[in-house]
Design a protein around this ligand. Sequence first.
Ligand code: F6R
Length: 616
Amino acid sequence: MCGIVGYIGPREAMGVVVSGLQRLEYRGYDSAGIAVYDAAAGLQLRRSVGKLQGLVTRLQQEPASGQLGIGHTRWATHGDVTEQNAHPHRDASGAIVVIQNGIVENYLELKTRLINLGIPFVSQTDTEVIAHLVGLYYAEEGALEPALRRALAELRGGNAIVALCAHEPERIVAARLGNAGGVVIGIGQDESFVASDVPAILDHTRDLIFLEDRELAVITREGATITTLAGERVQRAPVTIPWDPIAAARGDFTHFMEKEIHEQPRALMDALRGRIDQERGLVHLEDLRLDDAALRKLDRIYATACGTAWHAGLVAKFMIEQLARVRVEVDYASEFRYRDPVLGADALLMAFTQSGETVDTLAAMEEARAQGVPSIAIVNAIGSQAARVADGGPLYLHAGPEIGVASTKAFTSMLMVAYLFALRLAQARGTLSPSQIGTHLQALVELPSKAARLIEQAAPRCRDLAERYHRVGDALFLGRQVNYPIALEGALKLKEISYIHAEGYPAGEMKHGPIALIDEEMPVICIAPRDPIYPKMISNVEQVRARRGQVIAIGHEGDELLAAKAHHVITVPATLPLLQPVLNVIPLQLFAYYVALRRGCDVDQPRNLAKSVTVE
Ligand code: F6R
């Protein structure tokens, strides 16, 4: 959840760390802090409540000088949003500083023990416990690495931890416990970097080493030495990441979310690249690492994810069941991991995750592994934890970095990759002939240009509707079948960035309760493409009208019946029914974006949210 950056080398650490944190601010923006060491000035801590800009202003007034530094942006878990609770945290001697991403689950127990030893606490955070524990063992060991190793042995939970000590200015020590957060080390020319995410250091180097669970790294200017927590040496060569740092910048758009909505045609195309053979009606998913025999044997699939990615899983269920005739159960990862699921033989877990770092999704993958069920990951972040632990896949989205906290392009790319997977499964199981697959591929290939046309036409329309409806307190989103998850997604987008209460419902369920909410103020967004369920959806539209609700319909171009029944229609190009969600969601993203903009909300960094949810 929190952002972490560290630097050691010939340059001023402050600039490198702050610019890295700028790339990570989407992860948490409750407070920010930095610790920089210099032989003359010693350890200098600067912390500030609120967004990173507050810290930048503070550093302008009171710069910190030195060539060794670590910094942090916080998404609060323990303790209020105050300067005292901002990272870095010091040990009692003041020589050791620690930053952390994750949760120390047994921090209260450890804190009581440390207080009983006479160690005074200045914050309410769990991270301060780590700093004091390291300090305690430093007094016995006389070195940071073994001190941190001993402290780690006592922590429960998932943590990414970075520490430095004023008595050892030639090193940073970093460690990773569990799945709470990644640690990536960047190897440069006579300089090294450490961060929670790749974009933080991509401007400086693309040669990266990823720490695995229960590993510790001693990072110097020359590189990194990695060991397990038990002290065994790990040999791991850096991997080179092909991302373009410019893709992580906002370009001409006002917000990352807007940019990412507009990037969807490109992202949809990239999801297809190299994976289809239209002439022969074949899908190639080389990364899948499951052969035809394994795919034929599959009896059921568990799709698991959180939030928007969970909605992608719901859509994937329709795709896989209808195209490949394999049954699919969809679970919230946070529920799956604790419900002691009975998975059975010949099952497969499909994890959907943009970041590849969502702790509940990773835990669901672990649960599957514990029951002998292989998992595949539909994932965007290259080299992320989900990508690395999946047995098959990763099936990368290739959507490029998604910075806006509200997921947009990763969602539609997940739908594309899920569709490809469903076709691949259908190919192996013979539920579709090559010529039928060819028809589906043609529809997939046409989708990026349809999405481009849709964005161009729908953006001004959604801006106008936002002008008309941005003051409402509630909104209802209705859809049926494969468009029901799109109703959920439309509602989630609106509530998370505009703070308007919104609910998504299967349209047929409306009359069993939510219809009571409808009055002349209430916008009801009805997703009504001309698919087999269309006549039922039209009946639902009429039911809303009869209660004087304001109907905003998403329907096919040229649908005059719908135009006559709704107050407003946003038209979308037609495609195959199972692919229609990819297009239908785009006006909902745009509507949410313009409503939030009109309400003056912080679109890219909505309150209380963070991009990678690495805590439970
Ligand atoms: C909503 C949103 C979240 C994420 C969820 C899972 O716009 O982005 O609901 O979808 O936190 O994140 P990932 O996909 O990174 O596992």
